[in-house]
Design a protein around this ligand. Structure first.
Ligand code: ADP
Length: 513
């Protein structure tokens, strides 16, 4: 690392941070451990374009976060908030601006409450799905939860960034109920009914009295969220996991319409995930690269989806029968399904069943290691087969221009009326390509390809649901209704919440003046 990236001018500020959190909870650029503050999955990693943090400060309490905000405001030092920093593909721990101090909240890892009766937990930023599940199991609580692709990431970070899960609480932002936030001036705020100091419904009823502000702190740089209530579900008497497939892509639109109809009717219960399938298990096929690489010789691509049902045993059986009957109208349909009934022995569950039920599993570890060397667009379509087909027609020629195949994308339906499609291009190091294609990978070309997809998608009315740090300015620039009224409001709110402009500059394309 060169002299510039050591940021020696920050010595006095880091000395003040050390007084707050202790010298052992400071990281400086150039120290070996500070490497984890960078994102090796950025297309611009190790180029001039990579925004390097000047170091990190790791508070353990909300009071320490307040004190850090005050020091940062006084010295006009930009902070970049992360919880665990595992939002792979969206920038990981990396800031959008060179020189930020990473506000790394991993030491705030307390599970503050688990309410078994009303099925919710209250967690700090450093609590991972694995840790919450371990606690539920240790206490023998009759609860299920929702996990995410990286069970060693942050539950809170994923939820406030409006990430997705795969189970019954897959719509993560809408599973948040009640937040505690530290504002850039150091003030603490409680949202929802938590505004009443002795509220007994803070984590039971999301709206409070008057305008609701929770959304202002999601995909946002207006505050630092220090705790959230997160809804769980009572452990169901029965759970069924099914993988549904079609082998003939000409039935793809009908396949999607069937999934959506069953989900809207309340028959399929979970946030469905799926994508192009090449038959048999191919590592990475369910990850963001699904559909990106060519099928093995002789294998025709099809499509698959992972679905789940909960309830009593007979309710779950009936939901599955209705689902199977609806899909049976498709000629190339097949399925693989298993019903589990309490008491559960989770060690018997397949990893796919765990994903559909929200039980943290590192099953995606083997698929996702290296599979993060991708850059992607994450576009929202209306949940119709017709829209998906149009997406393939629009995106395939863009891939062709870059000499790459496109067989369709992976998708998530965490929200039942929209399909979020992950359209991925490879970065150097992506292991799932045949060697001749791997040798041709060019990070700059892949980034440009994804920019072309994002721009073309917007022309069709398809917006990103979330995006990587390198694309945030671009996506914000697309929000053109009424002369960019929404981004202009974001700017006004930024100036109000954070007049010193210290918090996560560039997050969601929102920059201080
Ligand atoms: P995960 O480890 O679950 O992937 P991250 O810690 O990477 O989650 O968080 C994802 C993004 O969410 C971060 O880049 C940041 O923009 C935002 N974020 C994370 N934690 C907070 C927080 N405590 N307050 C506000 N925003 C946050």
């Amino acid at each position: 690392m060169n002299e510039v990236t050591k940021f020696p001018e920050m010595d006095a500020v880091f000395a003040e941070f050390a007084k707050i959190v202790g010298a052992e909870n400071i990281l400086r650029a150039g120290e070996p451990e500070a490497e984890r503050l960078r994102d090796e999955h950025l297309p611009g990693y190790e180029t001039e374009r990579e925004p390097l943090p000047s170091g990190a400060v790791l508070p353990e309490t909300t009071e320490q976060v307040q004190a850090i905000m005050r020091v940062a405001t006084e010295h006009k030092v930009p902070l970049w908030t992360i919880s665990m920093g595992r939002n792979y593909g969206y920038g990981g721990p990396s800031p959008a601006k060179h020189g930020c101090v990473t506000l790394d909240l991993r030491r705030m890892n307390k599970i503050l409450e688990i309410n078994e009766e009303l099925a919710y937990a209250v967690v700090e930023p450093g609590v991972t799905p694995e840790a919450l599940w371990a606690e539920i199991e240790k206490r023998g609580l009759a609860l299920h939860m929702d996990s995410q692709s990286a069970p060693w990431g942050s539950l809170l970070g994923n939820a406030v960034d409006r990430g997705v899960g795969y189970s019954f609480m897959a719509d993560r932002a809408n599973a948040i109920c009640g937040m505690e936030v530290v504002l850039p001036d150091g003030e603490i705020l409680r949202t929802g009914t938590g505004a009443l100091a002795n509220s007994s419904t803070w984590h039971c009823y999301p709206a409070g009295f008057g305008p609701s502000v929770d959304g202002l702190f999601q995909q946002s740089n207006f505050g630092v969220v220090t705790r959230i209530g997160l809804w769980l579900i009572p452990r169901p008497d029965a759970f069924r996991h099914a993988e549904v497939y079609i082998s003939d892509l000409s039935e793809r639109a009908a396949f999607i319409d069937t999934l959506v109809g069953l989900r809207l009717a309340g028959i399929i219960d979970n946030g469905v995930s799926g994508g192009v399938n090449f038959g048999g298990h191919i590592e990475g096929a369910q990850g963001p690269g699904g559909g990106m690489f060519p099928p093995p010789p002789g294998v025709m691509p099809g499509m698959r989806a992972r679905i789940g049902f909960r309830g009593t045993a007979d309710v779950v059986s009936a939901k599955w029968q209705a689902t199977d009957a609806a899909f049976s109208k498709l000629k190339s349909y097949s399925s693989n399904s298993h019903q589990y009934e309490a008491p559960y022995d989770y060690s018997d569950w397949t990893s796919e069943a765990c994903l559909a039920a929200g039980i943290p599993t590192d099953r995606e570890l083997k698929d996702w290691t290296g599979a993060h060397f991708l850059t992607f667009a994450s576009i929202l379509l209306p949940a119709t087969g017709e829209a998906y087909e149009e997406m393939v027609r629009v995106v395939a020629p863009i891939f062709q221009r870059y000499g790459m195949p496109f067989a369709g994308s992976g998708f998530h339906m965490h929200s039942p009326r929209a399909i979020m499609c992950l359209i991925a291009a490879p970065l150097k190091g992506f292991p799932l390509l045949p060697p001749p294609m791997a040798a041709m990978v060019d990070n700059d070309a892949s980034e440009q390809l994804i920019r072309d997809v994002i721009a073309e998608a917007a022309k069709h009315g398809w917006l990103e649901y979330r995006t990587g740090t390198q694309y945030m300015d671009m996506v914000r620039g697309l929000l053109d209704f009424n002369d960019n009224a929404l981004p202009r409001l974001h700017d006004r709110l930024k100036a109000m919440f954070d007049p010193a402009g210290i918090l996560s500059p560039g997050k969601s394309g929102i920059w201080p003046k």
